[in-house]
Design a protein around this ligand. Structure first.
Ligand code: XMP
Length: 513
């Protein structure tokens, strides 16, 4: 694919993905590479610029990540952020030391003064807030560098060697707390690296379709379609590229939201592909009957899912490629953590052991979520699919507490639909990242008409989050909650009480099971 590339050299900072997203948002393609990547491999990419990320280490320690000084001889502009800035200073003959209490250790929002003659700050205000997080500081700046920003506590907040195109900033321009931070990144890309802005989803669609055709040839491709954004966009891209050679198996476990199964099927009717909808509702419900323990539910659904998928795959016969909707954050993060398993996540991705195939294709491997949505729109997928909020693989099973029955699922489905409908009518969809109803297993006394009722309590849950690892509960206006509540108790049988979940994650998780 012919587009300019910026390399983001990863020194272990916490905002590395954010830097990459900022660069892409400016229409420039970038890739995150570990700092251990051999120099020759980086050179082969022929980057127009390099960004050194932050990191938790102290650059003056022997054991800290370093970089081969040869990288500074390529004539390629470099921007160092936080640790990256100190690394530039350290490598090119400056001196970095631990900041003492009253000098230059800084954390949080910091008033900063910029030299707007520096290309990095061109056209921006001479004063503004930056987000700092560093315990080391540059005691001596390397030869050839000028100081281009300062704070009240620290004289060297930013350094620049304009002639060679090397820039370093102690703060984090990629986070929202830094005023005009993304403009500074933009200046680096366009003023310093001479970016052309040649990265767009329209262009990506064309090149990706071409590349998939070349790779797949006349081979057969199989994809497990969940109805989520990633697998749907992967399916649409492959449909565009290889049409009938693609078979999408959509396992309908009967645990989707209202009308969702039909919506998925309709969206794909625009392509001439093999679309298999395996209607397995009865099977799943019979296997789940009487099961109340959350992990047991997940296990059953995961196993059954694979079994149904496998049975459908066998009917197709020989498969050359298994397609998956892996996206870039999964690639960057893979192998990163050994965090404790809180819930055994079931994703339709991990199936390879069960189907015979030659190779895996992951056509979204290089894209961030926003880009996946953009690509989906380019491919003509309907908005309800492209902007769909995340939905857990086990579906409504983990939102129906206690045992699962068809009746309870029907109740939950309708209540969930009303909640989403009212949020849409209030124009609040953009203010929350995931919102849904949970049918608790608790019943309580109510009064409806002239009679006493003893019926279910429904919980509403909405969270605001960037990474789904932590989340805050959304402050939905009371009037909206009131409308949702009134509608649900009037329109949905067997619910006589509504509660709103006001716990953040942690200590709660987003889903109830
Ligand atoms: P929790 O409940 O762990 O959820 O705070 C975090 C995010 O993950 C989603 N989730 C799942 N996604 N398979 C998935 O693909 C699963 O089994 C699963 N369980 C939870 C959840 O909806 C939220 O977005």
């Amino acid at each position: 694919m012919s587009h300019q590339t910026v390399i983001i050299l990863d020194f272990g900072g916490q905002y590395n993905q954010l830097i990459a997203r900022r660069v892409r948002e400016h229409g420039v393609y970038c890739e995150v590479k570990p700092y251990t990547t051999p120099l020759a491999d980086l050179r082969a990419i022929d980057p127009i610029g390099i960004i050194f990320t932050g990191g938790p280490n102290s650059v003056y320690l022997e054991t800290s990540p370093h970089v081969d000084p040869e990288i500074f001889t390529w004539g390629v502009p470099i921007l160092g952020i936080c640790y990256g800035c100190q690394l530039i200073a350290h490598t090119l003959g400056g001196k970095v030391t631990a900041a003492t209490e009253d000098s230059a250790r800084e954390y949080g929002k910091t008033e900063t003064y910029f030299d707007t003659k520096c290309r990095l700050f061109k056209g921006l205000p001479a004063q503004g807030i930056t987000w700092m997080s560093h315990g080391d500081y540059m005691e001596k700046v390397p030869d050839g560098f000028a100081l281009t920003a300062r704070s009240d506590a620290c004289p060297n907040v930013a350094i620049a060697d304009e002639a060679r195109g090397f820039y370093g900033v102690q703060y984090h321009p990629e986070v929202n707390h830094t005023e005009h931070g993304t403009d500074m990144i933009r200046n680096f890309l366009y003023e310093v690296c001479g970016a052309a802005g040649d990265w767009s989803m329209r262009g990506y669609k064309e090149t990706a379709v071409q590349a998939l055709r070349e790779k797949i040839g006349d081979g057969k491709v199989l994809l497990a379609l969940s109805g989520g954004v990633d697998s749907s966009v992967a399916a649409a891209l492959l449909a565009e590229a290889v049409g009938k050679q693609l078979t999408c198996v959509f396992v309908d476990h009967g645990l989707m939201r209202l009308n969702e199964g039909d919506e998925v099927e309709t969206a794909f009717s625009q392509w001439d592909i093999n679309f298999v909808r395996a209607d397995a509702e009865e099977l799943f419900l019979s296997r789940l009957a009487g099961v109340t323990e959350p992990e047991a539910k997940r296990k059953i659904i995961g196993e059954e899912f694979i079994r149904v998928f496998e049975a459908e795959a066998k009917k197709i016969g020989r498969v050359d490629y298994l397609a998956q909707g892996t996206i870039y954050p999964d690639v960057i993060e893979s192998g990163a953590g050994d965090a404790a398993v809180i819930k055994s996540h079931h994703n339709v991705g991990g199936l390879p052991d069960y189907v015979d195939f030659k190779e895996i294709v992951e056509p979204l491997r290089l894209l961030f979520k926003d880009e996946v949505r953009g690509l989906g729109r380019e491919l003509g997928l309907p908005e309800y699919l492209v902007s769909r909020q995340p939905f857990p693989g086990p579906g409504l099973a983990v939102r129906c507490i206690g045992d699962i029955t068809k009746e309870k699922l029907g109740t939950l489905r309708l209540a969930d639909f009303i909640f989403r409908d009212e949020i849409a009518k209030a124009g609040l969809e953009g203010t929350m990242d995931q919102y849904f109803a949970v049918l608790t297993n608790m019943r309580s006394v109510g009064v409806q008409g002239d009679g006493r009722t003893y019926d279910y309590t429904l919980a509403l849950r909405s969270v605001t989050t960037t990474d789904f690892m932590t989340a805050d509960w959304t402050r939905i206006p009371y009037e909206v909650l009131d409308r949702v509540s009134v509608r649900i108790v009037n329109e949905v049988p067997h619910i006589n009480r509504i509660v709103y979940d006001i716990t953040s994650k942690p200590p709660a998780t987003i889903e109830w099971e």
